[in-house]
Design a protein around this ligand. Structure first.
Ligand code: HEM
Length: 168
């Protein structure tokens, strides 16, 4: 015999409702991301242990060297950087649900960022500078966040999101 209200059993028990889908990573889809862009980000997360990274903070910005011995990952890196920096230049924020809040100012101030991308054998060297001190600070902060992604993958994302949402 049914008693109580009908909604009572909905979403209880968590039978997969909150399952963490690390394989398909649906949270990499933004408002206008292409399949290629999502595939490149997925490769970077999944293969992050094969990525090495060096960041130099310079007076007006950053010089980053990001490499992988795995040609597929190096290819994803080169494409990701080109895709995302094009977006920054166009002010076209993809609003990927798990993206760092540090990116907001970069998308807003893309016109004040000078970028040089040098493609090397196993990856890419990126130099970005700005005359705007707030933008320089954001470039340097974001470069550190990317290093954290390269080191720890999704764990780093989860931690960044917990900090952003719970002030911890
Ligand atoms: C949530 C997923 C991600 C999003 C939405 C994202 C987005 C972006 C954006 C918007 C930029 C341009 C920022 C700028 O102009 O400085 C960028 C740069 C870059 N991203 Fe990602 N990214 C993601 C994940 C990753 C991962 C996992 C890696 C691999 C470690 C990575 C590597 C890079 C690199 C090397 C750059 C060039 C800037 C730098 O070297 O600091 N990204 N990304």
């Amino acid at each position: 015999m049914m008693t109580g209200h009908s909604g009572h059993n909905m979403n209880h028990g968590g039978n997969g409702q909150h399952q963490h889908d690390e394989v398909n990573m649906p949270m990499l889809n933004g408002k206008n991301t292409t399949q290629d862009e999502v595939a490149h980000m997925r490769t970077l997360f999944q293969q992050h242990p094969s990525i090495t990274r060096d960041v130099k903070n310079i007076e007006n910005g950053i010089v980053t060297t990001t490499l992988s011995d795995d040609p597929k990952v190096a290819d994803a890196l080169i494409n990701h950087v080109a895709e995302m920096i094009t977006r920054v230049e166009q002010g076209d924020n993809p609003e990927v649900p798990i993206q760092s809040p540090t990116l907001t100012i970069l998308f807003e101030q893309g016109n004040s960022i000078e970028t040089e991308i040098e493609i090397v054998e196993n990856g890419v060297i990126v130099t970005q500078t700005s005359d705007n001190g707030d933008v320089v600070a954001a470039l340097q902060k974001h470069a550190g966040e990317v290093s954290d992604l390269a080191d720890r993958g999704m764990v780093a994302v989860h931690e960044q999101m917990m900090k952003a949402h719970h002030g911890g």
